[in-house]
Design a protein. Sequence first.
Length: 233
Amino acid sequence: MKIALFGYGKMGKMIEKIALSRNHTIVAKVDVDTVDIDFSEMDVAIDFSMPSAAYGNLIKCFEHGVPVISGTTGWLDKYDEAVALCKENKGAFIYASNFSLGVNVFFELNEYLAKMMKNLDQYKVSMEEIHHTQKLDEPSGTAITLAEGIIKNTKYNAWKLEKAPAGEIPIVSKRIGTTPGTHSIDYSSEVDSIEIKHTAHNREGFALGAVIAAEWIVGKTGVFTMKDVLNLG
Ligand SMILES: NC(=O)C1=CN([C@@H]2O[C@H](COP(=O)(O)OP(=O)(O)OC[C@H]3O[C@@H](n4cnc5c(N)ncnc54)[C@H](O)[C@@H]3O)[C@@H](O)[C@H]2O)C=CC1
Ligand SMILES: O=C(O)C1=N[C@H](C(=O)O)C[C@H](O)C1
């Protein structure tokens, strides 16, 4: 495949490494200094840019008929608009807050545990996410996806950064060194705690998942998620 990278930072460079190892070609590396973009050579675009840029990059891809994988987080206030424009242009689009296989397993584990905890009111849930100090958004997109999974399956109705009132999930965001991404969920009662945790050791898992999603989406039309790409049962 001929892949265009929108965002050539930490993730863009890791995606390039994984893509080349899978015999793909990088036909464009779009970044802040890019003036002209030639869409004619792209089979698929992969956007790992920044919260303020992602939506604009997606729209350009939809308008030029290029399927797009969006990994950038912190722009979900525009997600519904992006879906509508994708459909209007008969485009193809996958957004995932986290493309790694391990985190997508963790998403399923999170919902499974939440269903079991639904009526155990003696337990209170809390979340923590730890990332590198260069991360622009908080909480992480992954943490938001996890919180939504808990809300869907329990009596909790919202999430809040740091402290949260009863019925809302508190999320603590920490920025430490070069941490790739650690997410933990804790159900605590007077007598015990139950915790599940995912720790990324590097960015390879994120990049591999994004490239696999790119390989999957080529030739398709519509809006998809990583659940469509991964058959996790
Ligand atoms: N969904 C997932 O699996 C993952 C998502 N992410 C997300 O990906 C995004 C990027 O993360 P990193 O690569 O670590 O950040 P980074 O800061 O290393 O790279 C972002 C790059 O985007 C460039 N950029 C800024 N405006 C742009 C524009 N208009 N068009 C194209 N490029 C532009 C920046 O100059 C920079 O080179 C963040 O939102 C992060 O949360 C990161 C890892 C995994
Ligand atoms: O900024 C990052 O690095 C990451 N961001 C994503 C998120 O916001 O969840 C995914 C991963 O945790 C790394």
